[in-house]
Ligand binder design. Structure first.
Ligand SMILES: Cc1cc2nc3c(=O)[nH]c(=O)nc-3n(C[C@H](O)[C@H](O)[C@H](O)COP(=O)(O)O)c2cc1C
Length: 201
């Protein structure tokens, strides 16, 4: 049971996109240590791509018995309010791991009534400052909207449904002072939204 679910899309354990989530969660706890969070890290999960078997067209289940079933339990959690997807930028878009995870969400789209209504924001980490973070954020955002989720209504990043972060190879995400300050603002947005939800459904 958690208010906030973080999904990390890197194949690498403990690296930048997982760090971005934990920094965000630390900022959230500094503002309100009563909120609860959980993480679903694709670096230690087995989530295969959708094989378009069609089972979910008629039943609210996925035929593939892998760790995506655990993610579905998170999406059914009645306490869940905000989902944060953090992906590395791979060739200008999200990682393959993140894409596989999102494609499995066809089930969420087709059987929306089975799952909790949540709001989302996206984090994208690239090793170049302008390495495609914006497009990666938009691609993740499009998938989440298709699944019936709504963007966090009080986001204020010029219309972008998330934050682009920069972690040059060999340098920590902590060097990205602009990104860190945007994560702090996002933490405040999330806390404010959970305290006084703006219903956009
Ligand atoms: C296959 C591949 C493609 C990549 N493409 C890009 C890219 O297009 N733009 C960019 O800024 N960084 C790119 N990178 C760098 C990663 O986004 C960067 O190392 C990021 O920190 C990885 O996330 P992680 O540290 O959470 O694993 C790429 C890395 C890999 C392995």
């Amino acid at each position: 049971m958690a208010d906030i679910l973080g999904i990390a899309g890197s194949p690498r354990k403990g690296e930048s996109s997982e760090q971005a989530l934990s920094i965000l969660f630390d900022y959230i706890s500094e503002i309100d240590d009563g909120l609860t969070s959980s993480e679903f890290k694709l670096s230690n999960k087995n989530v295969g791509p959708c094989d378009a078997c069609g089972t979910c067209l008629s039943h609210p289940i996925c035929r593939q018995k892998d760790d995506y079933l655990e993610a579905l339990d998170h999406f059914r959690d009645p306490e869940l309010k905000v989902v944060i997807v953090s992906t590395p930028v791979f060739f200008g878009s999200m990682s393959a791991q993140c894409k596989a995870f999102l494609d499995r969400g066809l089930l969420l789209k087709l059987h929306r009534e089975e799952f909790t209504k949540v709001h989302y924001a996206v984090l994208a980490v690239g090793s170049h400052r302008h390495g495609g973070q914006e497009l990666a954020i938009q691609c993740v955002s499009t998938a989440l909207q298709c699944q019936g989720m709504a963007v966090l209504p009080n986001l204020n990043y010029g219309g972008l449904p998330g934050i682009g972060l920069w972690a040059s190879e060999g340098e920590s995400l902590r060097q990205d002072l602009v990104g860190l300050s945007e994560l702090q603002v996002l933490a405040r947005n999330i806390v404010e939204h959970i305290r006084e939800p703006i219903l956009t459904y």
